[in-house]
Design a protein around this ligand. Sequence first.
Ligand code: PMV
Length: 330
Amino acid sequence: MSKASILAPANIAVIKYWGARDLDRTIPCNSSISMTLKECRSHTTVEVRPAGEADQIFLALDSGLEPAPLAFRDRAIGHLQQIRQAMGAKASFRVATRNSFPSASGMASSASGFSALAMAATQALGTPMSLRELSVLARLSGSGSASRSVYGGWVEWSAEEKDGAAIPLYDAAHFPLVDAVAIVESGAKEISSLEGHRRAIASPHFERRLELLPHRLQQVRQALDDRDIHALGRVMEEEAIELHLIAMSSKPPVFYWQPATIAVHRTVWALREEGFAAYFTMDAGANVHVLCPPEEASDVAIRLGQVEGVEKVIVDRTGDGPMPSAEHLL
Ligand code: PMV
């Protein structure tokens, strides 16, 4: 039976996808822009099985293969179903996956996990696809951010693209940054981003956000073009706070922050007073991603690690995107 393995990275959005026009088809209300990471990635093997067999999903642990938890298994099988349908394929699949980052670290893993699944499945089927087509297939998982993880560097998922594909803006070498992630909460978050998207549009601030975004997106594209961390960082922080403002004012509210989240924000602002070019952003969770130039990374990571309530700091950087792996997990 043919099999394929892929290493696909997570990404951190500087302009966030938050709120969908059509959540079932993962059509976003707004465009988003992200930086692809390097070390935080999913390693996924897909083996093609004869049609009619049940799909099987495993976690590849150090102790061996273990059936995936039910919620994850159902979502992965739903994604495989979408992939089969999109490709006109009948085969069944066996899948094994693991994350390079600690799975209980509270880092978003849907982007890396589902982009890896889409890429490994199509490769195992022996059907070559363009990155653009893979971006669309990754998005069909229901994780919009997965559409951005098929590319390296800086990536935009435009709400205007007809097929819903993300597009690469700049490669990693154009503007490499470090992402030091202050982990203040490990384990699964209480409210999934899927539920956050569902509730977002009830926020009284949501419409206003959509009005502000075209200008903010333009500022980010310009900052990336200029490799200007200060211009990027200012917009990125504003954007992160606004994402959480929308979440907190959703109905019912979605409140991700912990006391240590705010302590990290204050530390980042103090670092800037001292002359560091460090700026924060956050996903749908309590952890804080701090972007800075590579030469500042070790100082910034040490300072973040000293904040009360920070469990650990994961240091990652801009990466080149997914790659095949010769190591099969099945
Ligand atoms: O890709 P999803 O559906 O898990 O949503 C991602 C939501 C954010 O991480 C908060 C923002 C983003 O664009 O990555």
